[in-house]
Design a protein around this ligand. Structure first.
Ligand code: SER
Length: 877
C-alpha cells in the first residue's frame, strides 16, 4: 500500500464506525500559553477535554500534522540518528468525547491493525498502565481485561507512568494509556530473543505504533490530578511508522513518505543513500527538517528571532549545518529540494502547493543568511585559533566559544569539529557555564506562571455577546492569580461578556466592571485561552459573587472596528491591484493604526499604493453596510468566495464578514458601514522577509490625526520659509541658494586652508625627532579637518596638533602621519582618553581624531597627556 492509501484506509475505517473526519489543525498553536506547536492530535480538542467547549461531534478521526521540537515532547536531537523519530510527523487519531471508552477504543484499534491492515498479531505487543503511587492511581485492569480478549496475556505488559500515562504538557488533560508495539525484526532475530524484552527499550525494530489514551484527569498547575467532567478517548498512531510496517521496511525513511526527498538529496550531493553512516544521518535530518520548516511556513510561522519563529529558524539551520558538514553542500540547497516535497504532499496538503513560491523564497533566503553566518563564524574562529597559537595555547576559552555561538549564531559542534581538525580544542566546561548562565537569564526574563483556576460557580462560561452589546450584567465564574515577570495580576472568566478577546490580529477590549456596591475595576486586557475569554485586572473585587456591570471602552472599540474593517478593505484592494497571489501573513489591529503583512514578491510601487488607497477610499465613500453571517456552514461560506487563512483552524460553522466584494472568514468586530472609517491612508510600506511585505495604515480618528499632523507640519514649514502658499517653490529656491552658498563657502575654506597651511608651516618644530606643528588656537572644525588632511600628505612622519577654544568648548584635534600610525600610535585611542580630561567625548581614526569638552581649564592637562602618549612630553629640540 502506498502512504496515500494507508492514510485513506485509516480514515475510511473510522468513518465506518460513525466518526466525523475533520481536517488537521495548523501546526502553530494559538490561544494556549502552554504550547507553541501542535505536538499531538488531541491539541485541537483540548478545550473539549477540559469542558470549556461542547463537542460538535462525539466521534472524530483525522490525520494531524504534529511538530515535536519544544517543551515536554521534543524529539529534535534524536532525528536522523535513529530511523523512526521525526520533528514533524502525521498522527492518525480517533477520538471519543464523552462517548465510547476503553472497550471500543481497544476493539477497533485491534480490528484495524490485524484485520484491515492485516498485521500479523504474533508481531504485536501491548502495554497497560501499571499505576503510580505518587499520583494515587492504580493498575488499569479494565484495559487489561479488554486486551485479554484479543491477545495472549504474556504479550500484555504493565508499564510505568513515563510510558503509560500520557500528558500533553506540564498541566492539562491526561490519563492512562495503552500502547501497541510491533516487532519487525527478522525471524532469525526473533528466534534469539522475544520481542517482549525489547518493548520500550529504544530498539529500532520493536517500536510503538499506536497510543490509546484514556483521558480521565486534568493535571493542575500544582501537580494534582483532578477527574475530568467526562471520560474521553484520544488515540494517536504514527503515520510514518505504520507505513514502514506495512511497506515491509526497516526504517521510516525507507518508505515512500521520505524516499523521494532522500533520493533527490542524494543526487544533489552526488552520493548514494545507505553507504556512509554519517552522510545517511545528514540526509535523514535534512529530509525531516525540510518537512518541518515547509509546513510551519505554510501554516503561518516564518523563521524569526523569537519564540516559535526562532525554533523554526534553528531547525532550518540544523539541516543546513548537516548538509554543510557531512554532504559538502556549501551553497543553499534546501529550497531546491522543496519542489520534491510539494510534488509529493501538495495534493493532500493544499496549503503547501498554494504557497509554493513564498515558502521556497523564504527557505532560500534563510539558508543564504545562515551560510553567511557560517562563513563569518569560520573566519572569527580562525582568528581565535591564531591568537591562541601565538600564545602557545591549544585551547580556546569558553567565553570566546560562547560568544561565537550566542552572538554570531555559529553552532558549537561545528566549532568543536573545526578545532579538532586543527589539533585544538574548546574549553567545554567554560562554554557550558556560560550556557547555563544565559539560560537562567532568559528564564527570568520570561517567567509567567499562573495558579490553578478557582472555580466559583459551574455553568456555561464565556458567552461572547460583544457583537451586539457593549455593556452587560456579568457574573464571575472563575478566577486565578498570574505572575507575569514579577507583577501580580488576576484573570477573571465571566458567564457572558461584551469584551472582545484578542484574536485575528484585533487587540482585546479594555474597559471596566462595576460591582453592585459601586466598586470599579479596570479591565486591562482581554485574551482567549483554550476557548475561555479571560479578563485581566490588577486587583480582585473584595466580593467576587453577585452581578457586575461590565462596560467596554467605546472609543477604543470603535477605533478598533474602524481599523479592522479598513484591514479587510485593504486586503481586498491588495488582491484586486497586486493580484490573487496576495495571502495574509499577519495582521495587527490596534486603536491607532493597522499593520498588514502579506505575500508579494516585490516592493509595492508608489503608484500602486495610491491605487490601493483610492480603491479603499471609494469603498468608504460608498458607505457599504456591514453584512455579517454568523454560524454559516463552512461550505456555504466557501461558496460565497470568502477568503480563509491557512493559519486558522475553522469549525464546521464560521462567521463571514462582507462589505460588497470584500468577503472574509472573520471573528472580529467591525464598523456597521464603511462610511464610519472616514478616510484611509497608507503611512508605510516595507519588507518583512523574503516575499513578505508590510503595509501600515490608519483610518477614522487615527487617519484624521495623521492628516492634521501632516498639514500642520506643512504650515509650519511655510511659516518658517515665509514663501506664501507655494511651499514647493520656496523649498526649491532654498535648496538652490544653499547649493550656491555651499560652493562659495567651500572655496573660501580652501583659500583659508591654503593661507593657514602656509603660515603654520613656519611654526613647525621638532620634538624627539618628530616634526610637529602645534597650534594653540581653535579653528572651526571644517578648517582644521582640511588642514589635518593637507599636513598628513606633507608630513608622513609628523604630527599636526590643534588645541584651543571654539565657541564655548574646549576642542582638540590630532593628526598623526602615516609612519607614526604604522609604528602603532593611534590618534583615536589617545583622543578618547584626552576627551575624558576635558569632560567631553570624541574619537575618529588612527591617523586623525578629534574631541570637544566643557572644561576649558583642563586643556593644558589634556595636551600634556597627549604629549606623554606620543613620547614627546619632556623634550624640546
Ligand atoms: N495524545 C497521545 C499521543 O500523542 C495519543 O494521541 O501519543
Amino acid at each position: 500500500m502506498t502512504s496515500i492509501e494507508i492514510r485513506k484506509a485509516f480514515l475510511d475505517f473510522f468513518k465506518s464506525k460513525q466518526h466525523q473526519i475533520v481536517d488537521s489543525a495548523p501546526m502553530i498553536v494559538k490561544n494556549d500559553p502552554t504550547l507553541m506547536f501542535t505536538n499531538a492530535g488531541m491539541n485541537q480538542f483540548k478545550d473539549i477535554f477540559l469542558g470549556n467547549t461542547p463537542a460538535e461531534y462525539k466521534r472524530v478521526a483525522d490525520s494531524q500534522k504534529c511538530l515535536r521540537v519544544s517543551g515536554k515532547h521534543n524529539d529534535l536531537e534524536e532525528v536522523g540518528h535513529d530511523t523512526y523519530h521525526h520533528t514533524m510527523f502525521e498522527m492518525l487519531g480517533n477520538w471519543s468525547f464523552g462517548d465510547y471508552f476503553k472497550k471500543e477504543a481497544i476493539t477497533w484499534a485491534w480490528e484495524f491493525l490485524t484485520q484491515v491492515m492485516k498485521i500479523d498479531k504474533n508481531n504485536l505487543y501491548v502495554t497497560v498502565f501499571g499505576g503510580d503511587a505518587a499520583d494515587k492511581t492504580g493498575k488499569d485492569m479494565e484495559a487489561y481485561n479488554y486486551w485479554k480478549e484479543f491477545i495472549a496475556e504474556d504479550r500484555i505488559l504493565f508499564g510505568n507512568k513515563k510510558d503509560n500515562f500520557w500528558e500533553m504538557g506540564e498541566s492539562g488533560p491526561c490519563g492512562p494509556c495503552s500502547e501497541i508495539h510491533v516487532d519487525i525484526r527478522s525471524d532469525q532475530e526473533k528466534a534469539k530473543s522475544s520481542g517482549k524484552d525489547w518493548v520500550n527499550k529504544d530498539h529500532p525494530q520493536v517500536i510503538e505504533i499506536w497510543n490509546l489514551v484514556f483521558m480521565q484527569f486534568n493535571r493542575m498547575a500544582n501537580g494534582q490530578l483532578v477527574e475530568l467532567p467526562n471520560k474521553h478517548v484520544d488515540t494517536g498512531m504514527g503515520f510514518e511508522r505504520l507505513c514502514m510496517v506495512l511497506q515491509g521496511k526497516q526504517s521510516n525513511y525507507d518508505t515512500d513518505v521520505f524516499q523521494p526527498l532522500i533520493q533527490a538529496l542524494a543526487k544533489l550531493s552526488h552520493r548514494v543513500y545507505g553507504q556512509d553512516p554519517k552522510a545517511d544521518i545528514a540526509m535523514r535530518v535534512i529530509a525531516d527538517h525540510l518537512r518541518a520548516v515547509s509546513f510551519s511556513i505554510a501554516d503561518g510561522q516564518l523563521p524569526s528571532n523569537n519564540k516559535a519563529g526562532y525554533v523554526i529558524r534553528r531547525i532550518l539551520r540544523r539541516a543546513v549545518r548537516y548538509g554543510y558538514t557531512f554532504l559538502d553542500l556549501k551553497e543553499a540547497f534546501m529550497y531546491r529540494l522543496f519542489p520534491v516535497l510539494v510534488e509529493q504532499m501538495g495534493e493532500q496538503f493544499k496549503e503547501l502547493r498554494a504557497q509554493q513560491e513564498l515558502i521556497g523564497k523564504v527557505i532560500e533566503e534563510e539558508e543564504n543568511s545562515f551560510l553567511h553566518t557560517l562563513e563569518n563564524g569560520i573566519r572569527l574562529l580562525s582568528n581565535l585559533m591564531d591568537k591562541a597559537k601565538e600564545q602557545g595555547n591549544t585551547q580556546i576559552v569558553g567565553s570566546d566559544v560562547f560568544t561565537l555561538y550566542d552572538t554570531y549564531g555559529f553552532p558549537f559542534d561545528l566549532t568543536d569539529l573545526i578545532l579538532r581538525e586543527h589539533g585544538m580544542n574548546a574549553d567545554i566546561s567554560g562554554f557550558e557555564k556560560e550556557m547555563i548562565a544565559q539560560k537562567a537569564r532568559s528564564r527570568n526574563a520570561a517567567t509567567i506562571s499562573s495558579d490553578d483556576w478557582v472555580i466559583l460557580q459551574k455553568g456555561n462560561e464565556s458567552q461572547f455577546i460583544g457583537y451586539d452589546a457593549l455593556e452587560a450584567d456579568v457574573e464571575i465564574l472563575r478566577y486565578r492569580k498570574v505572575n507575569t515577570k514579577g507583577k501580580i495580576l488576576y484573570q477573571l472568566v465571566f458567564n457572558q461578556t461584551p469584551f472582545y478577546a484578542e484574536s485575528g490580529g484585533q487587540l482585546g477590549d479594555k474597559g471596566f466592571i462595576v460591582s453592585e456596591e459601586g466598586e470599579k475595576f479596570s479591565i486591562l486586557d482581554t485574551k482567549k485561552e483554550n476557548n475561555l475569554i479571560v479578563h485581566w485586572v490588577s486587583n480582585l473585587p473584595s466580593e467576587l459573587t453577585g452581578t457586575f456591570r461590565a462596560l467596554v471602552n467605546i472609543d477604543m472599540r470603535s477605533q478598533l472596528e474602524s481599523n479592522h474593517t479598513a484591514t479587510h478593505l485593504l486586503h481586498h484592494a491588495l488582491r484586486a491591484i497586486l493580484g490573487p497571489h496576495v495571502e495574509q501573513k499577519g495582521s495587527l489591529v490596534n486603536e491607532f493604526s493597522l499593520r498588514f503583512d502579506f505575500s508579494h514578491f516585490q516592493k509595492v510601487s508608489d503608484e500602486q499604493i495610491r491605487e490601493i488607497e483610492l480603491l479603499v477610499n471609494q469603498y468608504i465613500r460608498r458607505n457599504i453596510p456591514l453584512q455579517e453571517f454568523r454560524n454559516l456552514p463552512i461550505d456555504q461560506a466557501r461558496n460565497m468566495g470568502a477568503t480563509a487563512l491557512f493559519s486558522e483552524k475553522y469549525g464546521d460553522h464560521v462567521r463571514v464578514i462582507k462589505f460588497s466584494n470584500s468577503v472574509e472568514f472573520c471573528g472580529g468586530t467591525h464598523a456597521s458601514a464603511t462610511g464610519n472609517l472616514g478616510v484611509f491612508k497608507i503611512i508605510n510600506e516595507s519588507a518583512v522577509a523574503a516575499g513578505i511585505r508590510r503595509i501600515e495604515a490608519v483610518s477614522g480618528v487615527g487617519a484624521e490625526a495623521y492628516l492634521t499632523n501632516a498639514v500642520d507640519t506643512l504650515k509650519e514649514i511655510r511659516d518658517i520659509l515665509k514663501t506664501g502658499p507655494n511651499i514647493l517653490q520656496g523649498i526649491k529656491k532654498m535648496v538652490g541658494d544653499y547649493g550656491n552658498l555651499k560652493k562659495e563657502i567651500d572655496q573660501h575654506i580652501k583659500e583659508r586652508v591654503e593661507q593657514l597651511q602656509e603660515s603654520l608651516r613656519k611654526e613647525k618644530t621638532t620634538r624627539n625627532g618628530i616634526p610637529i606643528i602645534h597650534v594653540y588656537k581653535g579653528y572651526p572644525q571644517e578648517i582644521v579637518k582640511n588642514l589635518a588632511f593637507a599636513f598628513r600628505k606633507e608630513m608622513p612622519d609628523g604630527i599636526f596638533f590643534v588645541a584651543g577654544v571654539v565657541g564655548e568648548k574646549a576642542s582638540i584635534n590630532l593628526m598623526l602621519g602615516d609612519e607614526l600610525v604604522k609604528k602603532g600610535f593611534n590618534a583615536s585611542t589617545i583622543i578618547k582618553e584626552a576627551a575624558k580630561i576635558i569632560e567631553g567625548s570624541g574619537g575618529g581614526q588612527a591617523f586623525y581624531a578629534s574631541c570637544s569638552g566643557s572644561d576649558l581649564q583642563k586643556i593644558k592637562n589634556a595636551v600634556q597627556y597627549i604629549y606623554e602618549q606620543l613620547n614627546i612630553a619632556d623634550v624640546n629640540e
